[in-house]
Design a protein around this ligand. Structure first.
Ligand SMILES: [Zn+2]
Length: 234
């Protein structure tokens, strides 16, 4: 019994010393392996990334702080339009990672998810399938005070675009100027089709809801990427 306790104490001490060693100021634990530091968008993905991302997504000020180094964004005052429409944690976004975006007003949460998607999914997919990096992401809109659209017409509920909790992405442009649209590329050349499917699958890692051409004909020309939802990925 005594021996067991002694062993536990020794193991505990070694573990503590090991942790201390790793977090010693002179040999710091890399931020992406340290659960206590805020998210760094550009850092490699680790088991702590999801937790750090959730932390930044629930705190508007922290969201802007961690997104800024990996994006071009300007923080704006919340926009209140009505009970159902407006933008909380509003930013103007004009680039994520190495990709330019036509300036769009959206929530910081969308900007942060876009940045994670660009760095960790889109650029690797572009290199793998298109052989070159992206320089541009083409969006259709984020904020729009309107009901949801269904294949049967206008729905009863308001769209998540009413609070800028969504953004619609129509295509991409590579560094050499090659343009890939969902409308033509989804069923286009094998490399474009593979890139767009990888882009969709990657979006599912960073957004809560992703609807694309496989969802319905209303999404034949764009990915609908949402900050809210329960994991729909189609
Ligand atoms: Zn949409």
């Amino acid at each position: 019994m005594r021996r067991a306790i002694l062993t536990l104490c020794v193991l505990g001490a070694v573990g503590f010393a090991g942790w201390q060693g790793l977090t010693h100021p002179k040999t710091p634990l890399p931020d992406h392996w340290n659960p206590l530091t805020p998210l760094n968008v550009a850092a490699p993905v680790t088991p702590f990334t999801g937790m750090k991302l959730r932390g930044a997504l629930t705190d508007g000020a922290l969201c802007a702080t961690v997104t800024a180094p990996a994006a071009q964004l300007t923080q704006l005052e919340d926009r209140v339009v009505s009970d159902q429409c407006g933008i909380v944690d509003r930013v103007s976004l004009s680039a994520v990672g190495d990709s330019q975006i036509t300036p769009v007003e959206t929530r910081c949460q969308i900007a942060l998810r876009m940045a994670m998607w660009e760095v960790h999914s889109l650029q690797p997919a572009a290199l793998a399938h298109l052989g070159e990096p992206l320089s541009r992401i083409d969006h259709m809109s984020s904020y729009s005070c309107r009901p949801i659209r269904t294949t049967g017409g206008k729905g009863q509920r308001m769209s998540t675009h009413s609070t800028a909790d969504a953004i619609d992405i129509a295509g991409f442009v590579t560094q050499s100027g090659r343009r890939i649209t969902l409308l033509e590329g989804w069923s286009g050349t094998p490399d474009e089709a593979a890139f767009l499917r990888a882009a969709r699958d990657g979006a599912c890692d960073w957004f809560r809801t992703v609807l694309g051409p496989e969802y319905n004909r209303l999404h034949a020309d764009h990915f609908h990427l949402q900050n809210v939802g329960w994991g729909t990925c189609r």
